[in-house]
Design a protein around this ligand. Structure first.
Ligand SMILES: [Zn+2]
Length: 413
């Protein structure tokens, strides 16, 4: 069936959108390109291509850049078309426990401007709606400051450190922010001219960013183990986040492990997160200090996970053991991801990834011990390449993915 020949009238609008997607994708990925060459590549009729191109030009997505070289047939040189990346903006927002980052990207994902601010923590400012309004104001100011006032915001990606419900656009629980059931999508949309807002957790955002720009190298089927203050995972299938029906897929940090008795932030007891996260490392090291074990951590007041990691790197045996145990627990989490999803690649992200070999060595060994041999075949476990940039890049790229959904066609060889 030729693409422009619908079988039934009801298919007509869908076929129009598919044809529009095909033409836009060709201009975007194959441009500069002429109308005639689009017609050849798509097998669409020339008048159909011209009508679609006129529509895309009117929408600002495509522009004419003048004549190319003489046509093969020897006639008038054709007018070439290119994608207009500045026609639309995407906004990426990462609200972290301490820092909040706002990035404005163009329709190709290229970052135009980035702003960073301390996540508001003052008494009144800590109210979630006030934080979100402040973030939206920063985004608007950044857009105006970049000389793009009035540019259309195609989509907003909002990334939160906690449990999120993608479908409802709600942050369900973010203990680090003190947030529960916050309607992030509705508050940001109201502040940003009704732009569509997509709410994700940090693991999902880091998965998309690492896949497209970092350690993932466009693996497509990728699992990102996100280990920081909490533990979660972002799972990608063919480059897209797997959300689940309630939008909470990937929250493996709250899988219970028999034998663990520590209470968790989520209200349950014995979650893996209670032994495989930054706070878990600090608790284990503190227990060792209190037991009188010989470690230089005994001389540091209020040490954090970074101090434990630094001591481990310097050969402190107690700190090394604590980091290795956290790594083993993370390896168990990796084995769950590999057994459940059989990804091409597992990327370790979040703040703990920076610890490097003292954590990753035991992690890889434990993952190999706990994973089914056929599921493990060919799977590589790598550290994040983007580091602390992953969340905000993910926010921008997710906004872009969602804004493009309408026009996206997957070409397969
Ligand atoms: Zn839990």
């Amino acid at each position: 069936m030729r693409p422009e020949e619908p079988r039934r009238g009801a298919d007509h609008n869908v076929m129009r959108e598919v044809n529009r997607s095909l033409v836009l994708a060709l201009v975007k990925e194959g441009g500069p390109v002429s109308r005639a060459s689009i017609a050849r590549s798509t097998t669409l009729a020339k008048p159909t291509v011209s009508a679609i191109v006129d529509e895309l030009i009117a929408d600002g997505l495509v522009r004419e850049i003048g004549p190319g070289s003489t046509a093969v047939s020897g006639g008038r040189p054709p007018i070439l078309l290119e994608f207009n990346a500045r026609s639309q903006l995407v906004v990426g927002v990462h609200i972290g426990a301490r820092r909040t980052t706002v990035a404005i990207g163009d329709a190709a994902g290229e970052e135009i401007v980035r702003r960073e601010l301390a996540t508001p923590t003052g008494a009144g400012d800590r109210e979630p709606a006030a934080v979100l309004r402040r973030v939206a104001a920063e985004a608007k100011d950044a857009i105006a400051g970049a000389g793009l006032p009035g540019a259309k915001i195609a989509a907003v990606g909002a990334v939160l450190p906690g449990l999120t419900d993608f479908h409802a656009g709600v942050c369900l629980l973010a203990p680090n922010l003190g947030w529960r059931d916050v309607p992030v999508r509705d508050v940001l949309a109201a502040e940003l001219d009704g732009a569509p807002v997509y709410v994700h957790n940090a693991g999902q955002a880091a998965a998309v960013a690492e896949n497209l720009e970092g350690a993932g190298e466009r693996a497509g089927d990728l699992a990102l183990l996100y280990a920081g203050t909490g533990l979660s995972a972002g799972v990608l299938s063919d480059g897209r986040v797997f959300h689940g029906v309630g939008g909470t897929a990937g929250e493996i940090g709250h899988n219970a492990v028999p034998g663990l008795a520590e209470p968790c932030n989520c209200g349950k007891v014995g979650c893996l997160e209670t032994v495989a996260s930054g706070p878990a490392i600090v608790r284990a090291a503190r227990r060792a200090v209190e037991a009188g074990e010989p470690t230089r951590l005994a001389g540091i007041d209020n040490f954090d996970a970074r101090d434990v990691a630094a001591a481990a790197r310097d050969g402190d045996a107690v700190a090394g053991r604590v980091i290795a145990e956290a790594g083993e627990h993370l390896g168990l989490a990796a084995s769950w991801l590999i057994n459940a999803y059989n990804p091409a690649l597992v990327v370790v992200g979040g703040g703990l990834a920076a610890i490097g070999d003292p954590l990753l060595g035991p992690l890889r060994a434990a993952a190999a011990r706990h994973t089914l041999a056929p599921a493990l075949r060919g799977v590589e476990i790598r550290a994040s390449k983007l580091g602390p940039d992953a969340e905000v890049r993910g926010a921008v790229l997710l906004a872009l993915q969602h804004s493009e959904t309408y026009y996206r066609v997957v070409f397969r060889a």
